[in-house]
Design a protein around this ligand. Structure first.
Ligand code: NAD
Ligand code: UDX
Length: 453
């Protein structure tokens, strides 16, 4: 059997590497129009940072796992074609700022329709609005009459930073489709390493909608606890204690209740806005408003964090240096898409602060590109360590929960900083009491105020 995957990104690369790793008899070719990305997949330095990924890719590459730019050849040869291209939020025209931009999906469908000469199973792995399979089917049907196509929905639930773990032992795999044989063919691939009862099958539309719904529910939990974090700060309750207290109720559960500077990543905001757009499209304004509030609360949380820094530092950070620890949207990834760090840093630069930024995985080029024209070599300095970033800084702000940020020599760092030395932990990974004993004026998210000095 031959598998072709169109799109060698954060989903296509790891997912296909896992299939190749688990099924040595299946030839998996991942194709992309981005030549630099494909070259990186074929090099010693993979284009994405993901724990455990290197070993899996390097173990199968050149044997049954291939990365290539020849999209047409892979389509021609593939029995199963996964579509793993991006579905970003539309930035123009009808639905701008909300609807999914489906141009890459459509390009793939048109290419398959014009190239394929044999029957194929087309798998939507990208996250798409419910009923997209209908559009794909229509495009495929209007193309080459020699081949017939079955379209399946198989959304991906992996999270970045834990992709290999998630792919090795997923809570479930979801396959939606109308043709039992095709569904079974795909299910039998996953069943090579995933217990059969965890491979769920549904109709196409339920599968498509389940992906948007899962992300909306996860993000909603974060916005809910972040909303409570604002109340904790006003009342001196501790949000992590509240989260623990409610999370031990088995009906609520402990996961995704970590208050933070705000969720980021390429999925949550985009998928919720897409859900909002769909609801509006179907005339369900109240439902749309309900879900949109999750994104609004997240924007509020990011704004609140930056305003707290400015307010605490005597209402001005102009010409003050702030050490930014972490720029990725979460730990163990180099991905910065929609990272809360972007908005917080841009706002601080708008207040004329100087930023010393350190992230263990994010490149200088990426940081400058994300911050845009407000950043320059005079107001943003990229550092090689957390300690270097803090040296001479008036405040430290943790924006990504990298483990190393909780393991610093804080007494030494304190000595390097002008006083009062401020500490703002946007991820609640530090021992604030210890920091206060050293002398820091330390704040966490939803952790009330430090005792008056
Ligand atoms: P990505 O931007 O990292 O990768 C997409 C790749 O597709 C790019 O490299 C791009 O060059 C390529 N591409 C676009 N059009 C192409 C074409 N016509 N032919 C060949 N290649 C083409 O995106 P991603 O993060 O991997 O996400 C892909 C999809 O999976 C999205 O729909 C996303 O919502 C969904 N998803 C992402 C995650 C995640 O954690 N990133 C998790 C679950 C689902
Ligand atoms: C998410 C979904 O978890 C995954 O199932 C889906 O396939 C893609 O979208 P991802 O965005 O990679 O995955 O990471 P996730 O772990 O969900 O974190 C998203 C954001 O929420 C990060 O910024 C993270 O720091 C934040 N977060 C997460 C919190 O602030 N608090 C939490 O309790 C959990």
């Amino acid at each position: 059997m031959k598998i072709c995957c169109i799109g060698a990104g954060y989903v296509g690369g790891p997912t296909m590497a896992m299939i190749a790793h688990q099924c040595h008899d299946i030839t998996v070719t991942v194709v992309d129009v981005n030549e630099t990305r494909i070259a990186a997949w074929n090099s010693d330095t993979l284009p994405i940072h993901e724990p455990g990924l290197d070993d899996i890719v390097k173990g199968r590459r050149g044997q049954n796992l291939f990365f290539d730019t020849n999209v047409d050849k892979a389509i021609l040869e593939g029995d199963i074609i996964f579509i793993c291209v991006g579905t970003p939020t539309k930035t123009f025209g009808v639905g701008a700022g909300r609807a999914a931009d489906l141009r890459y999906i459509e390009t793939c469908a048109r290419r398959i329709a014009s190239i394929a000469t044999t029957d194929k199973i087309i798998v939507e792995k990208s996250t798409i609005p419910v009923r997209t399979a209908n559009s794909i089917k229509r495009i495929l049907k209007a193309g080459n009459a020699q081949a017939s196509f079955e379209v399946l929905s198989n959304p991906e639930f992996l999270a970045e930073g834990t992709a290999i773990e998630d792919l090795t032992e997923p809570d479930r795999v979801l396959i939606g489709g109308e043709c039992d044989d095709s569904v079974e063919k795909l299910a039998s691939i996953y069943a090579r390493w995933i217990p059969r009862e965890r491979v769920l099958t549904t109709n196409l539309w339920s599968s498509e909608l389940s992906k948007l719904t899962a992300n909306a529910f996860l993000a909603q939990r974060i916005s809910s606890i972040n909303a409570i974090s604002a109340l904790c700060e006003a009342t001196n309750a501790e949000v992590d204690e509240v989260a623990h207290a409610i999370g031990t109720d088995s009906r609520i559960g402990p996961k995704f209740l970590k208050a933070s500077v705000g969720f980021g990543g390429s999925c949550f905001q985009k998928d919720i806005l897409n859900l909002v757009y769909l609801c509006e499209h179907y005339g369900l304004q109240e439902v749309a408003d309900y879900w949109e509030q999750v994104v609004k609360m997240n924007d509020y949380q990011k704004r609140r964090f930056y305003e707290r820094i400015v307010g605490t530092m005597f209402n001005t950070v102009s010409s003050k240096t702030i050490a930014i620890w972490g720029f990725a949207f979460k730990k163990d990834t180099d991905d910065t898409r929609e990272s809360a760090a972007i908005a917080v840093c841009q706002n601080l630069l708008g207040e004329q602060a100087q930023l010393n930024i350190f992230d263990p995985q994010v490149s200088k080029e990426r940081i400058f590109e994300d911050l845009g024209s407000i950043a320059n070599d005079d107001n943003v300095h990229i550092c090689q360590s957390a300690e270097e970033a803090a040296s001479g800084a008036h405040a430290i702000a943790i924006l990504t929960e990298w483990d190393t940020f909780a393991e610093q020599d804080f007494a030494k760092i304190y000595d390097y900083m002008p006083k009062p030395a401020f500490f703002f932990d946007g991820r609640n990974i530090s021992d604030l009491e210890k920091l206060r004993e050293i002398g820091f004026e330390a704040y966490g998210v939803g952790q009330g105020r430090p005792p008056a000095v």
